[in-house]
Write a protein that binds this ligand. Structure first.
Ligand SMILES: Nc1ncnc2c1ncn2[C@@H]1O[C@H](COP(=O)(O)OP(=O)(O)OP(=O)(O)O)[C@@H](O)[C@H]1O
Length: 875
């Protein structure tokens, strides 16, 4: 019954589309003066700056032979002869606002760009590409997200929902309930493209739609978690006024009834360097600025923040200059404090965190000085009274504080008896390292407190993991000439690895599966790019066991990734940035790698051709080797805080809170291990962290192993990808609006042609490989169903009763077109094609040798739900 109903509906839609198309074509013929041709002759002329509509004119034999095409531009009637490769077929205008680009008749780049632009002009920022969701940053608030909208998506099936971040979250939720398998929502894109915004909306949806046991995780609490994380992990950059600077894995763990029974957060790869040094035109983490602007009354007095100078010259904390910025920062601080209250976090613990952050401010005022010279030279605080205030806030003696910062020997271990710093630069480095350690510990404590508030011991069956990361960084895209930093490289490496995961899950794995099942698909005209080579250039591990049979093998064996080169250089006593660059070019400076790495005219620079060459980034190598090793003073911060005489601080670090799972939970690149359920189940991060711990002083290897752990964790889940795109380079700089804020009408009124930077959108599209994935989805067989499952679900449709039903009976009873399905030799799976072309696509292929039949069906399996599951969702 269901099968027929479903097929009728889809056929009806398909007919409608066809009729519309015919109508369009008919109008086109009648409207000869305007277009003078059939819709089918319309093409896009693709050029550097974008694409424009044109009419394909009758071709001569000579043109055809030379692969040339004569066209007439629609906007000015100019005729021109262009290369065949420069035109792409245009779709009927009736498909301009199509919800899923896989339904486009001509699935090409210009049509996809046109579709995204048209949809954006209609305030439709979400578009599907099969199972993938594309979201463009609207640069203005839209009323797309609210409790009312959540209720419209709640309980829906994928095919019944328009593209929306809520529909993707709903699909993940539904899949998790049906399969009991962990799911993940992965947000990808450039800095400022809207990942965090979509992440928050997805989280909000899941919290509201699924509900939680005893309402322990309601919308207010989810909002509070986000407020705290953004305060501690975000900052202002040239690409985004609220840029995320840490990777967040948030796990929602569901119980038998489909409700959230527990939740937890892990924070990985925080950009710690920012806490300890302000680069020109860069800002500190939001919370530092907000604390100084917002602490008032007894808290202000307790933290000694009464007289903050107005100049913005503090080495670690940026101070807002304008009154309105100060007021906004103060209001944000109140929101953060309120968020801790909403989560019922012990106010004394919160005061402990404020004290640590305030001590960072006072340590910046304390500064450093070197007294004496030669072997008797000693480093000390330049302003002892500021240092005393910091020590009092931390609950330690001035001597211990000074020792933690400055009594560090050159080999990297702490040595209380010896002071080695005899240059101001080295002395500042020590202080900066201590600050980084203190900030990291404050962040770890905040995460641990959040986890304590949202994590329960309830039994859970499966989880949805949401991952938000710092976006792809290319400072040149906002006009900055400074070049990208080592931190940018770390963020970009993670983006490359996520892209590689996307590439594997959406392009490689399906193809392998088709090959395995002997399901043929026409891949001609589907060019494919691969993020693998660049990832390998960055992280290829040294190979020790290659049999050297040729000069080429020899070179291959010696070649190791950039992260390993940096790690090795940071160990050699006389190594520096120049020697690192020399080695980098000796490994990758040959012709074979010039499409990945380029030398530059300037010294200490190189370019990496990121995301399949679509996003070249100029890196400026400045202090990279030095920053590749963890400074010992960073770890001194942890011991200092554990020994604090102030109860509210020491309790954060001793005993049950941050170290309950045994061992240190925060070692520079990792926080939140203590409070995780699903992430404990998926233990790859813990393992990778342990292995990274072997070389815990090596920051670069920590990055590599932590990213390995993240990818491994995601790989074990059912992945749902969200690709966020910028329509303008400065889209992330738009002021943020609250949900109820008034819309930026001027932005909305500007023509979409002016607002959409097509070359920018095109390079993101190419870099994200979404078109390639959509094509494979459309022409392949994306769904598969086990044969016996198919019979179980659709056996009734065979029209036979009291008998063992066969697949053939089901297929023939429903008169399914044999062209719409294939069956591979394996008896366990069936593969199903794309719905638009195959409304009821069952793909059959018999295996004569084994006399077996295997079936692949493109039906909506989800529609035939276990009634218990249905109930679970609505309870
Ligand atoms: N869906 C949306 N609706 C309204 N505004 C949005 C949306 N997405 C993004 N924005 C705007 O763009 C800004 C940047 O978005 P967001 O911080 O989410 O980007 P991001 O990709 O997470 O960047 P980063 O990688 O730097 O953290 C937001 O502050 C907001 O003003």
């Amino acid at each position: 019954m269901f099968l027929k109903l479903r097929s009728t509906i889809i056929c009806h839609n398909a007919n409608e589309l066809q009729q519309e198309q015919h109508a369009q074509e008919g109008n086109g013929n009648k409207n000869a003066a305007a277009n003078d041709a059939n819709v089918n002759d319309r093409v896009w002329l693709v050029h550097r700056g974008g694409f424009c509509a044109a009419l394909r004119l009758p071709q001569t034999k000579a043109h055809l032979e030379n692969h040339k095409v004569v066209i007439q531009l629609l906007h000015n009637s100019e005729e021109m002869t262009v290369d065949e490769d420069d035109i792409e077929k245009m779709n009927s205008p009736s498909l301009d606002l199509i919800e899923d680009i896989c339904e486009l008749k001509h699935l090409n780049e210009a049509s996809l760009l046109h579709c995204l632009r048209q949809r954006y002009a209609s305030n439709l920022i979400h578009t599907k590409a099969g199972p993938i969701l594309i979201v463009v940053n609207p640069m203005a608030p839209l009323s797309l997200y609210s409790e009312k909208v959540v209720s419209m998506f709640r309980g829906c099936k994928t095919e019944d929902m328009p593209p929306h971040i809520y529909s993707l979250a709903q699909t993940a939720y539904r899949t998790m309930l049906e399969t009991r398998r962990d799911q993940s929502l992965i947000f990808m894109g450039r800095s400022g493209s809207g990942k965090t915004t979509s992440f928050k909306h997805a989280l909000y949806y899941l919290a509201l739609a699924a509900g939680s046991y005893n309402n322990f995780l309601n919308a207010d609490k989810v909002n509070s978690v986000n407020i705290i994380l953004e305060a501690f992990g975000n900052t202002k950059t040239c690409l985004n006024s609220n840029a995320t600077r840490l990777t967040q894995l948030l796990s929602l763990d569901f119980d038998q009834t489909g409700q959230i029974a527990s939740a937890s957060i892990q924070v990985l790869l925080p950009e710690r360097q920012r806490a300890g040094r302000r680069l020109p035109n860069e800002h500190s983490f939001h919370i530092m600025t907000r604390l100084l602007a917002g602490a008032c009354g007894s808290l202000q007095k307790e933290l000694h923040l009464e007289s903050i100078p107005s100049e913005d010259n503090h080495p670690f904390v940026s101070l807002p200059q304008k009154l309105e910025d100060r007021q906004r920062s103060a209001a944000e601080f109140m929101r953060t404090a309120q968020a801790f209250e909403t989560l019922n976090i012990d106010p004394r613990a919160v005061r402990g965190i404020w004290s640590i952050l305030a001590s960072i401010y006072h340590l910046g005022l304390a500064g450093v000085t070197i007294v004496g010279s030669g072997p008797t030279a000693r480093t000390q605080f330049a302003n002892p009274s500021a240092a005393r205030r910091a020590a009092a806030l931390l609950g330690v003696s001035l001597e211990d504080l000074s020792g933690a910062a400055f009594n560090v020997n050159a080999s990297g271990s702490s040595s209380p008896s010896k002071t080695l710093n005899d240059s101001p630069d080295l002395a500042w480095e020590c202080l900066e390292a201590l600050i980084i350690g203190l900030y990291s510990e404050a962040l770890a404590a905040a995460i641990a407190l959040i986890n304590k508030a949202i994590c329960t011991s309830a039994h859970t069956i499966a989880s949805i993991i949401l991952i938000d990361t710092p976006g792809f960084q290319n400072p040149a895209s906002c006009g900055s000439q400074t070049g990208a930093t080592l931190s940018d490289l770390k963020h970009n490496y993670l983006q490359e690895r996520l892209q590689l995961l996307f590439h594997h899950n959406t392009l490689v794995a399906p193809r392998d599966r088709y090959a395995q099942e002997l399901v043929e698909i026409d891949t001609e005209g589907m060019p494919e790019t691969n993020p693998g080579p660049l990832v390998s250039l960055i992280d290829k591990a040294p190979q020790n066991h290659v049999v050297r049979s040729s000069q080429r093998d020899l070179r291959e064996q010696d070649r190791r990734g950039l992260l390993w080169l940096l790690d090795e250089e940071s160990i050699y006593p006389n190594a520096n940035d120049d020697t690192f660059l020399e080695r980098l070019f000796s490994h990758y400076g040959d012709r074979e790698h010039q499409t990945l790495l380029r030398k530059c005219n300037g010294s200490k620079q190189f370019v990496l051709q990121h995301l399949q060459g679509t996003n070249p980034v100029l890196y400026m190598v400045n202090g990279w080797v030095r920053n590749s090793r963890e400074h010992p003073a960073i770890r001194n911060a942890g011991s200092l805080l554990q020994d604090s005489s102030r109860d509210e601080i020491s309790r954060l670090y001793i005993g049950s809170l941050t170290r309950s799972s045994g061992g240190i939970v925060f070692c520079g690149s990792f926080a939140g291990l203590e409070g995780t359920h699903s992430l404990r189940r998926v233990s790859s991060i813990r393992r990778s962290f342990t292995s990274a711990g072997v070389k815990r002083n090596s920051i670069m290897l920590q990055v590599k192993f932590t990213v390995d752990g993240i990818i491994d964790t995601l790989r074990r889940t059912g992945t749902h990808f969200v690709h966020c795109y910028l329509l303008q380079h400065n889209a992330g700089q738009q002021p943020t609006f609250s949900a109820g804020g008034s819309p930026n009408t001027s932005a909305l009124q500007t023509s979409s042609d002016e607002l959409v930077n097509i070359p920018l959108l095109r390079s993101q599209l190419r870099g994200s490989q979404v078109l390639e994935a959509a094509r494979l989805h459309r022409f392949g067989f994306p769904e598969s169903v086990p044969l016996n499952e198919f019979i179980r679900r659709f056996g009734l449709l065979a029209g036979e009763s009291n008998k063992d039903v066969t697949v053939e009976q089901i297929l023939s009873a429903n008169e399914l077109d044999p062209a719409t399905y294939r069956i591979g030799p394996s008896q366990h799976q069936i593969f199903l094609g794309f719905a638009q072309t195959l409304p009821c696509s069952i793909r059959l292929q018999s295996d004569r040798k084994q006399n077996q039949i295997q079936l692949q069906l493109h039906l909506d399996i989800v529609a035939v739900l276990d009634p218990n599951l249905e109930r679970m969702q609505h309870d």
